[in-house]
Write a protein that binds this ligand. Sequence first.
Ligand code: ZN
Length: 65
Amino acid sequence: MKTKACAAGSNYLICPICRRGKIIAEDNAAVDDMICLIPPGSKQKARWHVKCGVCKSQIGISLKR
Ligand SMILES: [Zn+2]
């Protein structure tokens, strides 16, 4: 499943599963596109996990290099 959760330009990183849950609030003034959300089941390794308040999915978080 493709996700555009890594795309910049939003005040929130949106849950890649339900696309409604706001996972992380981000400051647009900061360096963007540093954090990548990883849907459950992805082969990509996540460093942190947060639970989406809407769909209760465990969303992985990793930092881009
Ligand atoms: Zn969700």
